[in-house]
Design a protein around this ligand. Structure first.
Ligand SMILES: C[S@@+](CC[C@H](N)C(=O)[O-])C[C@H]1O[C@@H](n2cnc3c(N)ncnc32)[C@H](O)[C@@H]1O
Length: 267
């Protein structure tokens, strides 16, 4: 059967095809911010990143996702990617030579300058991820994320690649994939156009060093609790003042570390 002529759809050309969508080549959009993810579980992506605003932006080509399967870079008939830890102990460690081959493949056609293309290992030993890191990554052209599994990755390949180790928090996950998704989500929502409403990232928690003020919506009264009157009074100046005071109160009460930093940067 003849295929219909392609029709324009945003930055892609879409044509009716008999080929199942899953078997088609991944769409890559020239110039779009791109996350390349080295993982033993490429099927974990896009995961939640394929939903809602990040998913729509992904479909629209505002950013791109390129999982790199670690398995084919493994050794021997069984494509082994791991081995027992030197010095003994429980678990397995991802091999330096295998990870190096995958990182080399993931680095094809990417800038060498790490400011333009960060290369990151998700790791509980890393520097804690924060909004400033998300902003820095969003300003790059894309990034490579290495997801560990088992006991982690042979140190030599991390040193060789001068990799940036970043942690999702002080706890241990089974693998780096969930951490990668969380960090990519926080990053791509800062890319212009992804949220549709840029103002919302300017006002939310951490954007100016404070936690966000409380939010309310209808109904006006719920379970005997009212929306604070100032928010429904129509005075925008008073609303802004109330929100600012609440943001300061919440930050002071819940995050003395952020509050101290905010006071220092303010004055
Ligand atoms: C079971 S963990 C390895 C933990 C490692 N043996 C340790 O104690 O530091 C397996 C993989 O999950 C990922 N991972 C675990 N916790 C993480 C966290 N808090 N942040 C980012 N990645 C994490 C890393 O990629 C890690 O290589």
């Amino acid at each position: 059967m003849d295929e219909k002529p392609p029709k324009s759809h945003g930055r892609y050309r879409i044509a009716a095809s008999l080929k199942p969508r899953d078997l088609m080549e991944p769409q890559s959009v020239r110039g779009a911010w791109t996350a390349r993810i080295v993982t033993l579980f490429p099927d974990a992506f896009p995961g939640t990143l394929g939903l809602s605003l990040t998913g729509k932006a992904l479909d629209a080509g505002l950013w791109a996702l390129e999982p790199v399967d670690l398995r084919p870079f493994g050794e021997g008939k069984h494509r082994n990617v791991d081995d027992t830890p030197a010095g003994g102990g429980a678990g397995m460690v991802l091999r330096a030579d295998v990870v190096d081959r995958a990182l080399s493949a993931a680095s094809v056609a990417t800038p060498v300058d790490r400011a333009r293309w960060p290369v990151v290992y998700l790791s509980p030993r890393g520097r804690p991820f924060d909004q400033a890191t998300a902003r820095r990554w969003a300003a790059a052209e894309g990034m490579t994320l290495l997801c560990g599994r088992f006991e982690g990755v042979d140190q030599r390949v991390l040193d060789h690649w001068r990799i940036e180790e970043v942690s999702l928090g002080d706890f241990v996950l089974t693998g780096g994939e969930i951490a990668a998704q969380a960090m990519i989500d926080a990053t791509v929502r800062l890319i212009p156009g992804v949220l549709g409403n840029q103002a919302s990232t300017e006002e939310e928690s951490f954007s100016d060093g404070l936690l966000e003020h409380p939010q309310y919506t209808r109904p006006q009264v719920w379970e005997g609790r009212e929306i604070p009157a100032v928010l429904t009074g129509g005075n925008h100046g008073e609303v802004a003042k109330w929100r600012r005071a609440e943001a300061e109160r919440l930050t002071r009460e819940r995050r003395p570390d952020l509050w101290d930093r905010w006071l220092r940067t303010k004055g």
